[in-house]
Design a protein around this ligand. Structure first.
Ligand code: WTA
Length: 668
C-alpha cells in the first residue's frame, strides 16, 4: 500500500459528532491503494472487476445470490430465490439445509477434517484447539444434551456464556436441532436476562459458573439465578458449564452440569432438515424507544450472507489464522467469529478476556503466539491501544498479519492511521466494514485487493447491496450532501422480523420510506465525489458507546426506576476512548437531595438494570429539564450542554428560558 496523496486532513474530533443535521465537515485526502502483491492473490483484484460485478449483482440480485448459494450444502435446492412483498422477504423458497451441517459436517470429508476450527485462549493463559472433527463431535454431543433437556425444534434457548468454545458449541448445537438461540452478552445484568427470557419465551438457558474478565470472575450463573428468581419466565432447564470453579447454587430439578449431562449422551446426532426461512436466532439490540428489539435471522439467507462476506471481505485463504475480537454476544461475534469463518472452513481464534490482562500487550502477544494473519476489531479498542502506548505492540512480532478490519462505529482517521502503521506495519489493507445487527452481514466495505481506501470511510457497497443516501422525500442526494442511509433492495441476510412485534418491525425500519420500500438504517451519511460512504452516526436516539448500541430510552427508564428519580434525559457526549459516552440529566423527587453518593448509586442502578456498559459517565442533577411547549425534551440543547458547548440555535420553543441558564451552570 502506498499513500498516494500525503496531504494532511483537517483533524477530526475524537469521534464524529452525531449530527442532528447530518453534516460532516471532515475532509480526508489520503488514499491507500492495494499493493500489487496483495491484489494478485485476491478473490477480487481490481476496481474494474468490483464495479462490473457489483453492477451485475444489483441489476439482478436474484441471479447473483442464486449463483453464490450453490456454494452452500443443500439437502434440497430452492424453487425460487426471492419473494418480496415489502417489507417481508423470503429467500430461497423451498430450500432445505442445516447451518451446523454447513459449518461442520461438510468439512469432514476432505483435508479440513483435522484443521483447527477454533483456537481458544483463556484469560488466565490456558489454550485449547478444536479441529473440525472435534468441534463436530462436541456439537453433536451437546445437541443431544439439549434434547435431554427437552429442547425441540423452534424452542428458544438463551446462551449466557463467557468467551469459551462452549459458547460456539451451544450455538451450533441449537442450529443442529433447529432450536432458536438468543445469545445474551455476558456483560449484561440479571434484569436483561430476565427481559430477554420473557420476550423470547425461552425454556432453557445455557450458562457457565463464571468467566474470567480482567482477573476477576464474572458470576454468570449467579446472574441467571437472580433473573429466574421471580418465576416470571418459562425457563425450566439451566445447563451449567464448569469454567471458573467458583461456587454456584444448583437448583434441584432445574439446573444440570454440562459435563455430567455428557455422560448420558452419544456423539451421534443427525442434523435436522431446516427450511430456508426457519428461524436461526434472535439477537436483541437497542432501538430508539422502549425495550430492546429481538432481531430475527433465518437459516439460508443469513448463512449465505455470513459465508460470502467472510470469504470476500477478509479475502480468506486456506492457511489464514483469522481473529475477530468481538464477543459472541454481539452480531459481529455471530457472523464473524462463528458462522462466517466456520462456513468457510477457516481457523478462528477466540480469546476469553480483556485486552489489557495481565498487561496491555495481550492482543499483540496472541497475534505473535498464534501467527494471526487477519485481525478484525473495533475503533474503540484501537483508541484504547493508542492511549496505552506504542511500546506494547512494539514488543511483539506482528509480521504474520496481512489484513486488518474494523467495525462498530466510524473510525477516526488518526486511529485508522495508527492501526495502519503500528499494527499493520504499513503493509496491511484495512477493511472498515459498515453493517448492523439487522443486516446480518457486512454491507459497505472495501474489498482488500481492489478498493483504494481512505481513512475513515467504509467505502463502497458489497455485491448485491443497493445502498444509497437520500433526503426525507427518499430522493438520492448529491455528492457530499448529508442524508439518510437506506438500502433500496432486499438482501439475503436481512432481518425478517422483530420477534413477536410486527408493528415495531414495520415502524422501525420500513415506515420512513414506506412508499419506496426502502430499508432505513437509522444512520446519517454522505458520499464523497468517488461515491464513498462516510457514516456520520445515528440520527435516532441511539447511542454508540464503545461500538455498542444503547437506546437512550432504555437508560432513561432504568434511571426513573430508582426511587429518588422523578425524570431523566439521556444524551451522548464525546468520549476519547468510547467514541460516545452516556450523559444523564436527572431531576429528583421532592425531598431528595442531590449528592455525589446518590450519583454513584444511580450509576450502579443503571449497571444493575442493563449492564456496566450503560453506566452514565456524567450525571447532572437539575431542577427541571428543558422542554418544548408541547412537553418534548429538547435533546439538542442537552447534547450541547453535555459536550461543554455553548447552546446555540433556535430556542424559541423552549418553555422556560431560566432552565437553560441553570442547566449550564450545573457541574458534572
Ligand atoms: C454503527 C454492529 C461507521 C452504525 C455490526 C450502525 C458503523 C451501528 C460501522 C450498528 C462502521 C457499525 N462505520 N459506523 N464501519 N459499523 N457502525 O447493530 O451506526 O451493533 O448503525 O452492529 O453501528 O451497530 P450493531
Amino acid at each position: 500500500m502506498s499513500a498516494k496523496n500525503k496531504k494532511k486532513s483537517t483533524p477530526p474530533a475524537a469521534a464524529p459528532a452525531i449530527a442532528a443535521n447530518i453534516e460532516s465537515h471532515m475532509v480526508e485526502n489520503r488514499v491507500f491503494k492495494p499493493a500489487k502483491e496483495f491484489a494478485k492473490k485476491a478473490h477480487v483484484s481490481s476496481m474494474d472487476e468490483y464495479r462490473s460485478l457489483w453492477k451485475k449483482s444489483v441489476r439482478n440480485p436474484e441471479k447473483f445470490w442464486g449463483g453464490l448459494a450453490r456454494e452452500l450444502d443443500w439437502r434440497k435446492k430452492w424453487k425460487q430465490v426471492l419473494e418480496w412483498k415489502a417489507p417481508f422477504a423470503k429467500w430461497f423458497i423451498g430450500g432445505k439445509l442445516n447451518v451446523a451441517e454447513n459449518c461442520l459436517d461438510r468439512h469432514l470429508h476432505g483435508p479440513k477434517k483435522n484443521k483447527a476450527a477454533i483456537i481458544w485462549e483463556g484469560e488466565p493463559g490456558e489454550s485449547r484447539t478444536l479441529t473440525y472433527a472435534q468441534l463436530h463431535r462436541e456439537v453433536c454431543r451437546f445437541a443431544n444434551v439439549l434434547k435431554r433437556n427437552k429442547v425441540k425444534k423452534g424452542d428458544r434457548v438463551l446462551i449466557y456464556m463467557p468467551m469459551i468454545p462452549e459458547a460456539a458449541i451451544a450455538m451450533l448445537a441449537c442450529a443442529r436441532i433447529g432450536a432458536i438461540h438468543s445469545v445474551v452478552f455476558g456483560g449484561f445484568s440479571a434484569e436483561s436476562i430476565k427481559d430477554r427470557a420473557n420476550d423470547s419465551g425461552a425454556t432453557c438457558i445455557v450458562t457457565a459458573d463464571g468467566g474470567y474478565r480482567r482477573g476477576a470472575i464474572v458470576p454468570l450463573k449467579h446472574n441467571v439465578d437472580a433473573a429466574l428468581k421471580d418465576g416470571s419466565t418459562k425457563v425450566k432447564h439451566v445447563i451449567v458449564f464448569r469454567r471458573a470453579h467458583n461456587e454456584v447454587h444448583i437448583e434441584e430439578g432445574r439446573d444440570v452440569w454440562w459435563h455430567r449431562e455428557l455422560e448420558y449422551v452419544s456423539a451421534v446426532c443427525p442434523a435436522v432438515e431446516m427450511d430456508s426461512e426457519d428461524p436461526l436466532f434472535i439477537l436483541y439490540t437497542s432501538g430508539s424507544t422502549g425495550k430492546p428489539k429481538g432481531i430475527l435471522h433465518t437459516t439460508a439467507g443469513y448463512l449465505l450472507g455470513a459465508y460470502v462476506t467472510t470469504k470476500y471481505v477478509f479475502d480468506l485463504r486456506p492457511d489464514d489464522i483469522y481473529w475477530c475480537t468481538a464477543d459472541v454476544g454481539w452480531i459481529t461475534g455471530h457472523s464473524y467469529l462463528v458462522y462466517g469463518p466456520l462456513a468457510n472452513g477457516a481457523t478462528s481464534i477466540m480469546y476469553e478476556g480483556a485486552p489489557n490482562w495481565p498487561e496491555s500487550d495481550r492482543f499483540w502477544k496472541i497475534i505473535a503466539d498464534h501467527g494471526v494473519t487477519i485481525l478484525y476489531t473495533a475503533p474503540t479498542a484501537i483508541r484504547a491501544f493508542i492511549k496505552w502506548g506504542d511500546q506494547w505492540p512494539a514488543r511483539h512480532d506482528l509480521t504474520s498479519l496481512r489484513l486488518l478490519g474494523t467495525v462498530g462505529e466510524p473510525i477516526n482517521p488518526e486511529a485508522w492511521m495508527w492501526y495502519h502503521q503500528k499494527i499493520g506495519g504499513g503493509r496491511c489493507p484495512i477493511v472498515d466494514t459498515w453493517w448492523q445487527t439487522e443486516t446480518g452481514a457486512i454491507m459497505i466495505t472495501p474489498l482488500p485487493g481492489a478498493t483504494p481506501t481512505k481513512p475513515g470511510t467504509a467505502t463502497l457497497p458489497f455485491f448485491g447491496i443497493d445502498a444509497a443516501i437520500v433526503d426525507d422525500a427518499g430522493n438520492e442526494v448529491g455528492p457530499n450532501e448529508g442524508g439518510k442511509l437506506v438500502v433500496r433492495k432486499p438482501w439475503p441476510s436481512m432481518l425478517r422480523a422483530v420477534w413477536g412485534d410486527k408493528a415495531r418491525y414495520k415502524e422501525a425500519y420500513w415506515s420512513e420510506f414506506k412508499k419506496q420500500g426502502f430499508y432505513f438504517t437509522g444512520d446519517g451519511a454522505r458520499r464523497d465525489k468517488d461515491g464513498y460512504f462516510w457514516i456520520v452516526g445515528r440520527i435516532d436516539d441511539v447511542l454508540n458507546v464503545a461500538g455498542h448500541r444503547l437506546g437512550t430510552a432504555e437508560i432513561e427508564s432504568a434511571l426513573v426506576s430508582h426511587e429518588s428519580v422523578a425524570e431523566a434525559a439521556v444524551v451522548g457526549c464525546p468520549d476519547e476512548i468510547k467514541g460516545q459516552g452516556v450523559a444523564a440529566f436527572v431531576t429528583l423527587k421532592t425531598g431528595q437531595t442531590p449528592t455525589d453518593k446518590l450519583k454513584e448509586e444511580l450509576r450502579k442502578h443503571v449497571a444493575n438494570a442493563i449492564g456496566p456498559i450503560a453506566k452514565p459517565d456524567q450525571i447532572r442533577f437539575a431542577d427541571a429539564l428543558p422542554k418544548t411547549r408541547s412537553g418534548k425534551i429538547m435533546r439538542r440543547l442537552l447534547k450541547q450542554i453535555a459536550s461543554g458547548q455553548t447552546v446555540t440555535g433556535d430556542t424559541t420553543t423552549l418553555e422556560d428560558f431560566s432552565i437553560l441558564a441553570r442547566l449550564q451552570s450545573t457541574e458534572e
